[in-house]
Design a protein around this ligand. Structure first.
Ligand SMILES: *Cc1c(COP(=O)(O)O)cnc(C)c1O
Length: 387
């Protein structure tokens, strides 16, 4: 097989799935429901900012949809992660375990708490944290003392395990939960990409003590910018609301704030968009699944590549479709990216590994064999639900 003809075959397969258009974006929002009506309602009533009926309504809809006890909406997903980690007890100087292959916000949120990310390898079957490797690693480095887990190499406490559901594909949560129990780690899920994804029939983001969602413009539903904290614990939900709303004690006119809080609230006008978008989520999910099936079928006969599909225990939202080049053809990635862009098809390489970014160079890490391989081989394909 020569590389030119392979590139041609891959491109033809991708083109066969997509409509003939001059430009096809990687991911575009879709506003075909009540978005105009609800946003107009905000403008007509004047309730556009930090208070209003859509905030509570969106929170209730999210809790109901995911099956989480509580949802607290925030200004974005990164802010949601920051508060999740604080409420999970992350202290300055702690370490937080997370996959090396993720979006930068996962690591940034850890640093906002004064803690340090500790990078572990991803698994080829989920693209998320590899539970088997993590188990072996913890056996090597973990030291339990006073119901806390310490890294014997650095002497720091490891407070939290923060797995990511990459591109919406659920990680294998059962073995991760077992590790958390055994090593006294708090499980916090970065479910920013995974609204609508299930692990063994249950919505992701309801397994951790807390978890974060994102409604950024490129996610499966969008509020322009926005996020949410999910938890089943009523006290944590109350604290999440308190911390994200400047820690102000409720009073008709007095200003009293009882701790350091944040202005992380989601404006009502954004929540209005969220309500309308969430009404459409079942439709988006069905369309995305159909699109993924088309990609899978089109790429099935093409040598040298595979299309990433959900692991057997999961039902994925197929937020962002991914093609994987075989190891021997990884060098074709940049040609494929250039060629698809030339044709107006917006594709993307996956993120750089976190420890390759200047601010995370010195962080503790395990061997990242799979993460490094995935990093060179993944190409994200156009995934908007209207495709
Ligand atoms: C989008 C995203 C976030 C952050 O969400 P924002 O709303 O953009 O702040 C965090 N983690 C992952 C994995 C994401 O994809």
């Amino acid at each position: 097989m020569d590389s030119n003809s392979l590139v041609e075959q891959i491109i033809n397969a991708i083109k066969s799935v997509l409509p003939a258009a001059e430009q096809i974006a990687l991911h575009e929002p879709c506003f075909v429901g009540n978005e105009w009506a609800y946003v107009k309602d905000c403008l007509d009533s004047g309730w556009v900012s930090s208070v209003g009926g859509y905030v509570t309504r969106f929170e209730q809809m999210l809790a109901e949809y995911t099956g989480a006890g509580y949802a607290v909406v925030t200004v974005n997903g990164t802010a949601a992660l920051h508060i999740c980690l604080q409420l999970a007890g992350v202290q300055p100087g702690d370490e937080v375990l997370m996959p090396a292959l993720t979006f930068v916000a996962t690591a940034n949120a850890v640093c906002y708490c004064g803690a340090q990310p500790h990078f572990v390898d991803n698994a080829p079957d989920t693209l998320g944290v590899d539970p088997v490797k993590l188990g072996d690693y913890l056996q090597e480095i973990a030291q339990l003392k006073d119901s806390c887990c310490y890294n014997r190499l650095t002497g720091r406490r490891i407070a939290v395990l923060l797995p990511v559901h990459t591109f919406g594909h659920p990680v294998d949560l059962d073995p991760l939960q077992e590790l958390c129990q055994h090593y006294h780690l708090v499980l916090v899920e970065d479910a920013a990409e995974a609204l609508g994804s299930l692990y063994k029939g249950r919505h992701v983001g309801t397994f951790g003590l807390l978890s974060a969602l994102s409604f950024n413009g490129n996610k499966i539903i969008t509020t322009g910018g926005g996020g949410a904290i999910l938890t089943n614990d009523p006290e944590l939900a109350r604290l999440a609301k308190h911390l994200t709303t400047t820690a102000k004690l409720p009073h008709a006119w007095k200003f009293y704030h009882d701790r350091l809080g944040y202005n992380y609230r989601l404006p009502n006008i954004n929540a209005a968009l969220g309500c309308a978008q969430l009404e459409k989520l079942p439709e988006f999910l069905a369309k995305k699944r159909a699109l993924a099936e088309k990609y899978q079928a089109a790429l099935a006969g093409v040598p040298g590549v595979s299309f990433f599909t959900e692991p057997p225990f999961a039902r994925s939202n197929y937020w962002l479709n991914a093609l994987l080049l075989d190891e021997e053809w990884a060098s074709l990635r940049d040609t494929l990216l250039a060629e698809t862009h030339r044709l107006g098809i917006q594709t993307r390489p996956v993120w750089r590994l976190m420890p390759e970014l200047p601010m995370y160079e010195g962080c503790p890490q395990r061997q990242l064999i799979v993460a490094k391989s995935l990093q060179r081989r993944i190409i994200n394909l156009p995934s908007s639900s209207h495709l």
